[in-house]
Structures are given as structure tokens and as C-alpha cells.
Design a protein around this ligand. Structure first.
Ligand code: NAG
Ligand code: NAG
Ligand code: NAG
Length: 454
């Protein structure tokens, strides 16, 4: 018994040694403090432009979680000639670091180096930069995202070196069907998967917004409009990754109406591309294979959605193992609907301080056909690298639903009974308001919207 556990322990130790030897940073990135792959960009860009550049590399602006990292990052930026740099933090409110979030979806700050009086969101804005020279070197300050240009530091996950791989990310190698010298560069799902498997790969599975952005970048300017991703339905509207990995991230297009047992990823040139929609598995599409590099188990350095609630709520996810829970769910829903009829349960998020994408909002009392009379404000945010996409999936109001940008300018005001539509925010903050006073009187039933970062 004892010897068995000892040998398991030794085996684990062996694996972790092997793993750390294989770890490296992608080309162009330097390894910092044995745990971060960073690259300094000296040109001055506005915050969103800097984030977009990082996202094409599969990363975000640098996230800083220890004093040691903070010091080293200040030094490497200063050595590259930058006296201040954007860092990967966004704060939604003044003077309280509990409203600040890391770009990498790892949640609230556990370490900070804010200069006194910061974050000063109200006066200066939600974006954060670090001074890298002088007495205040290493201190963080608030700055207006869309006004000042600044050098920046991108961070991507560590990976495993593979000279044969042209798209290397987070321990995996990605190869597009157009890069494999195939006779058929687009084909059915089944053929695509068997081609990937003949190359020790699977059709791609996607586990974070960063990975999704890395894939979008592979196809940028390729002219290819969509690709198969490696998922198949095992129940209507309910998908599994074919490579057996967990369904821990969902970027299903909330407005998609097509049906089928496979998924395609949109790569058209709309700003919020990358979303997935259902398609017939017999349709012909381009595809992308994904292969684990070596036999190393790469620690997932990209934080994935923290809770299942954070996964795109359009399609509720049930794994095979939880099928038996479906009948329980059905009972629960019946109870829940009965409860709505009697007493109003509210899931609208009306007047919440902050709704962080992804999420759902509805008008107050929705889906009650006689909406109660009230006014609601929804303050919606996305993490620093992204913009807020609002996808109205059901819409029936008398007074307009207003969508405002972070400066209070109206982006959209829509009334009436509308088919599903989207409103794209111009930054990572939008505010929505609705006054439901005439809805019930004129037989309007309110609205429901899915919020996704884009
Ligand atoms: C910061 O905000 C949180 C949540 O909004 C609140 O609970 C806390 O009291 C605030 N702290 C300070 C110092 O204002
Ligand atoms: C498949 O690839 C060929 C060759 O590039 C192209 O002409 C055709 O339009 C593609 N079909 C689809 C459905 O993408
Ligand atoms: C939301 O806030 C507004 C303004 O404070 C208030 O008038 C309204 O009653 C609130 N709505 C709900 C449902 O709490």
C-alpha cells in the first residue's frame, strides 16, 4: 500500500519535472519570474487598441499579482524606454479596489500597488497604468482609456516549444485545413475530424475568450468566413467537445436561429465575430485542428469562467453525467413557473450595481405577461480587454429601452415589438434603462437580453 502511493508520488514528480523543462514562451515573448510570458510594446496606443493587439496574440495586457512581478515588470518596461505602461486591470468605481478586475478573468485583485487616491475612476477613468520611472516607479494610477496613448506590456500563457508548429498557444498547436497541403481544404464534420485525427489532433475545442481571440487572429485577412469547431450535439442545443475536454466556455451566438448537430465559428469581418452557431454536420466547411504539444500536461494558465453561471446562458449546459438531473430540473422549473404565477420571483438584475459579462438581464418581472410598473437601470461591464455586446432575444416594450455608452451618449433607443437584435457597446461599459409604466396597459411583455463580451 505504502509503496504504491510512493511510486505514484514519484511518477507525479517525474511528470512535473518533465513538464517544467518543456515550458517556454512563444516567439517574441520573454519568460519573467519563471511564470510569465511578456512582451513590451514601446509604441503609444490607446487602451482598447493595446488590448486588441494583445488579444491577437492570445493574451491580454499584463496581469500583476505579486510585488515581485510588479518590480520586474516596471524594470523591463523602463529598460525598453517606456516611462509608463497600460496594465491589465479595469476598475468600475472610485476609491475601492473591490471594483477592479484583472483582464485574465481571475477576478478581484489580491495584490495592488495603487498610488494613494487611486483608483480614481470618476475623475480619470477605469483604465490603469503603471509608472516605471522616478520615485513613483511601480505605482498604479487611473487614466482615461480612450484619450491617452501609452506603451504597454502583453502577457500570454506559457506553452511548450515546438519548432514544427506555426500557431503555438498554451501548450497546443493549431493547424488550419488550408495549411496542411490537403486536396480538400473544406469538408464535412466527420471527414474534417478524421483528417485532424490522422495528424494526432482533434477538431479545435475552445476554452476561453483569449483562445477564441487567438483563433480569430489565425484567420484574420484569410477571406475564410467560417470554420467547423470540434463540437457535436448529444441532445438538442446541447454540445460536447469531441476531444473530451470540458464545456467550460460558451460563445454561442444568442441571435442564431440555424439548427444542426455541429457548430461553426463565424469569421466574417463584423466586429463581434467569433460566435458559434449550429449547422448541419454534412455541410462543407473549412476547419482547424488542435494538437497537444508533447506529452506535457500544461497547467491552464488562462483562467476560464469561474462559475457555470458565467457561461453563455443561451443554451443551458448538461453533461452526459447529469442527464438524470434533467427530470429534477423539469420538476424544479414547473415549481418555478407556478411560483411566478403566484408571487413574483425576480431575475431581472434591475438596479444591480454591476453586471459583469457574460450574463442575462430582463425587464422587471419578465416573463410575466403583465409587467409591473417600475423604472430600471442596468450597469453592465465587461473585463478590460473587451466591449459589451447586448443581444436582445425577446423584445416587447411601449417606452424605449435606452442603451448608453460610458459617457451617457445614447447608442440605441428601440420601442415596440421587435425581432431579436443586437446593440454593440463602444467600450466595456454600457448602461441600459427602461420605464415599464405603459407595458402592461398596452400588452407589451418586456424584454430579455444576453450580454456577451466581444
Ligand atoms: C467597496 O465596495 C464593496 C462592494 O461594493 C463594499 O462592500 C465595501 O464596503 C466598499 N469598501 C469601501 C472601503 O468603500
Ligand atoms: C471550399 O473550398 C473551395 C476552394 O477554396 C471554395 O471554392 C469553396 O467556395 C469552398 N466551399 C465552402 C462551402 O466554403
Ligand atoms: C430602481 O431604481 C429606481 C431609481 O432609484 C427606482 O425608482 C425603482 O423603483 C427601482 N426599481 C426596482 C424594481 O427596484
Amino acid at each position: 500500500m505504502i509503496s504504491k502511493s510512493v511510486s505514484i508520488f514519484l511518477l507525479l514528480a517525474l511528470f512535473s519535472i518533465k513538464y517544467s523543462e518543456g515550458q517556454s514562451c512563444p516567439t517574441g515573448f520573454q519568460l519573467v519570474n519563471q511564470n510569465k510570458c511578456l512582451r513590451v510594446f514601446a509604441q503609444k496606443l490607446k487602451h482598447l487598441e493595446a488590448e486588441t493587439d494583445c488579444s491577437y496574440l492570445g493574451g491580454t495586457l499584463v496581469t500583476i499579482k505579486t510585488a515581485i512581478d510588479n518590480r520586474v515588470i516596471a524594470n523591463i518596461a523602463a529598460n525598453a524606454g517606456a516611462s509608463s505602461i497600460w496594465i491589465g486591470i479595469f476598475c468600475f468605481a472610485t476609491g475601492n479596489t473591490t471594483t477592479c478586475y484583472h483582464d485574465d478573468n481571475s477576478g478581484e485583485l489580491t495584490y495592488n500597488s495603487f498610488a494613494s487616491g487611486n483608483p480614481a475612476v470618476t475623475g480619470n477613468g477605469g483604465c490603469v497604468y503603471m509608472q516605471t520611472s522616478g520615485k513613483t516607479s511601480g505605482q498604479w494610477l487611473s487614466a482615461p482609456c480612450a484619450v491617452v496613448g501609452m506603451p504597454f506590456v502583453c502577457e500570454v500563457p506559457m506553452t511548450v516549444a515546438d519548432p514544427t508548429c506555426s500557431h503555438n498557444y498554451n501548450g497546443y498547436c493549431y493547424t488550419g485545413s488550408t495549411e496542411m497541403h490537403l486536396a480538400t481544404i473544406n469538408t464535412t464534420y466527420e471527414r474534417a475530424q478524421s483528417i485532424c485525427q490522422s495528424k494526432n489532433s482533434d477538431l479545435v475545442s475552445i476554452h476561453s475568450k483569449q483562445e477564441l481571440d487567438f483563433i480569430r487572429a489565425i484567420y484574420r485577412n484569410s477571406g475564410i468566413q467560417q470554420i467547423f469547431v470540434g463540437a457535436q450535439a448529444f441532445l438538442p442545443d446541447t454540445f460536447d467537445w469531441s476531444d473530451g475536454s470540458n464545456w467550460d466556455f460558451d460563445y454561442t451566438d444568442p441571435l442564431a436561429t440555424s439548427k444542426g448537430n455541429c457548430l461553426v465559428m463565424d469569421l466574417s469581418d463584423r466586429p463581434n465575430n467569433g460566435m458559434w452557431s449550429q449547422t448541419d454536420c454534412q455541410n462543407v466547411n473549412f476547419f482547424l485542428c488542435k494538437r497537444k504539444i508533447g506529452d506535457a500536461t500544461v497547467a491552464t494558465t488562462v483562467a476560464t469562467a469561474e462559475t457555470t453561471e458565467a457561461v453563455n446562458p443561451k443554451f443551458k449546459r448538461a453533461s452526459r453525467g447529469t442527464l438524470e438531473q434533467l427530470s429534477y430540473l423539469h420538476n424544479f422549473l414547473s415549481f418555478f413557473l407556478a411560483a411566478i404565477r403566484n408571487e413574483l420571483l425576480d431575475f431581472s438584475n434591475c438596479n444591480s450595481t454591476l453586471i459583469l459579462a457574460p450574463g442575462t438581464i430582463t425587464s422587471f418581472g419578465y416573463p410575466n405577461t403583465k409587467p409591473p410598473i417600475t423604472t430600471c437601470t442596468w450597469n453592465i461591464g465587461a473585463l478590460g480587454p473587451y466591449r459589451v455586446g447586448v443581444y436582445f432575444t425577446d423584445f416587447s416594450v411601449y417606452n424605449a429601452v435606452y442603451v448608453y455608452d460610458e459617457y451617457g451618449n445614447i447608442i440605441s433607443s428601440v420601442t415596440g415589438n421587435m425581432r431579436p437584435f443586437q446593440v454593440l457597446g463602444t467600450s466595456n461599459v454600457v448602461t441600459i434603462t427602461h420605464d415599464s409604466r405603459f407595458d402592461a396597459a398596452y400588452n407589451y411583455n418586456g424584454f430579455s437580453a444576453t450580454i456577451l463580451p466581444y
